[in-house]
Design a protein around this ligand. Structure first.
Ligand SMILES: Cc1ncc(COP(=O)(O)O)c(C=O)c1O
Length: 433
């Protein structure tokens, strides 16, 4: 199949008539609880471009919520996955194994932080990876309590709902939730009461004090944290917070569990267990828990796994995605994309007080919107800017506990021209809303 031209092209309004017709069909058969950000039906995608049923081409600053980091229909992902698809689609790794699963675990051992001996187990989704990390930590420590953070998001299964902070829309009406989950403050510099400069040490001290007083360190199996919170609003804890938590965990025999996205450097803090999902298989469902061999091996044979976990096609796709990350040197590219976005958005923020903060790391960049002169969240503005961008053929997402954060996650293969065009659309949207 020929690749799509890497250009935005609008031939109808967004969404176009065929998309609107499909959305009507969708409304009659798809559950309301499964929401849609932009009701445009996609027929093809490549690189940083999505093509829809009406013949429009949209620039993708969402990457399917941070998944297609190597670009849509990446050649290595397609080739590896297609070859695997033709060879066989499933045996269940727990019944009769195959090499691709082992190769993905070898790659994870090499790519994740720390030079200790590691083991991995593969799953289908981020939520499953987090659930399994908790199972493994409990089996290893023989303790039950799990500590999580304000604004955290960990998934929609029962345990991960309990770990997730935000009630609407993730938890409301879905309880009862799993027990032995304790929430402590997150180091959120923009909203820290005594100012961002005090946020790191004060948040760390508060978290540790709450854990020790309300739970007891000797009862804690795991501290689970997103190194940069995603759904919570791309909240980046100040330097020292993650290493401080890791050191406290080490001192008290607590398993430190952190997510890992390629190109994220955790200030040298080495998690005991690392969960990985999203972009690791270029869009196919795959997730992993990787960690210290002695902790990972605490779960007995048969205690981990699942029918589809580490599906061969998803594993082959992951090997393709990793090949592309390496061959196209996408880690420095992520940084360069982040610098371009941050500098343009910072200029916009200097001229428009509704942009309270521009933040993020690598190519995951966000702006938190507020009522000018205050820190009062402005979710309506975030939604209006996102809608205007969508109408112009740019896919952007919102997030944040208060719904007031615009987040940008372009595929790392995006051209400078498309990146600039997308940023101009965002600037234009702020000018008219
Ligand atoms: C930090 C984090 N953990 C867990 C999840 C849940 O992953 P999944 O939707 O694949 O279950 C997400 C998804 O957005 C996430 O951002």
């Amino acid at each position: 199949m020929t690749e799509l031209t890497q250009e935005r092209r609008l031939v109808t309004e967004i969404p176009g008539p065929k998309s609107r017709e499909l959305f009507e069909r969708r409304s009659k058969v798809v559950a309301r609880g499964v929401s849609t950000t932009l009701p445009v039906f996609i027929t093809r995608a490549s690189g940083a471009i999505l093509a829809d049923v009406d013949g429009n081409q949209l620039i993708d600053f969402g990457s399917g919520i941070a998944v297609t980091s190597v670009g849509h229909a990446d050649a290595n992902v397609v080739r590896h996955a297609s070859e695997q698809l033709a060879a066989f689609t499933h045996t269940c790794f727990m019944v009769t194994p195959y090499e691709a699963y082992v190769a993905v675990c070898e790659a994870l051992a090499e790519l994740t932080p720390g030079d200790h001996e590691k083991r991995s187990a593969l799953f289908n989704s981020g939520a499953e990876a987090v659930e399994n990390a908790v199972k493994i930590a409990r089996a290893y420590t023989k303790r039950q309590a799990v500590v999580v953070f304000d604004h955290g998001y960990h998934g929609r299964t029962n345990l991960t709902m309990a770990l997730t902070a935000k009630n609407q829309p993730y938890k409301d009406g879905f309880g009862p939730f799993a027990p032995e989950v304790y929430r402590v403050p997150m180091a959120y510099p923009f909203r820290w009461p005594t100012g961002p400069e005090n946020c790191g040490p004060e948040a760390l001290a508060q978290a540790i004090s709450l854990i020790e007083k309300q739970v007891g360190a000797h009862n804690v199996a795991a501290v689970v944290i997103e190194p940069i919170q995603g759904e919570g609003g791309f909240i980046e804890p100040p330097a020292g917070f993650l290493p401080g938590l890791a050191a406290w965990c080490q001192a008290h025999g607590v398993v430190f569990v952190a997510g890992h996205w390629f190109a994220v450097d955790h200030e040298g803090a080495v998690p005991d267990l690392i969960t990985a999902a999203k972009g690791i298989a270029g869009g196919l469902p795959l997730a992993a828990v990787t960690g210290r061999a002695e902790i990972m091996d605490a779960a007995g044979p048969g205690g981990l796994g699942g029918t589809y976990g580490g599906n061969p096609v998803a594993c082959a796709a992951a090997l393709g995605a990793i090949e592309t990350m390496k061959s196209q040197d996408l880690v420095p590219r992520a940084r360069a994309i982040g610098e371009t976005m941050t500098s343009r958005l910072a200029k916009l923020a200097a001229a428009n007080p509704a942009l309270g903060e521009v933040r993020g790391r690598g190519a995951m960049i966000a702006v938190e919107l507020v009522k000018p002169g205050t820190k009062e969240p402005d979710a309506d503005l975030a939604s209006a800017v996102a809608k205007k961008c969508h109408a112009e053929g740019l896919v952007v997402l919102t997030c944040g506990t208060y719904g007031n954060v615009l987040r940008f996650l372009p595929p790392l293969v995006i051209s400078d021209a498309l990146l600039d065009e997308g940023l101009s659309i965002i600037e234009g949207a702020f000018a008219v809303v």
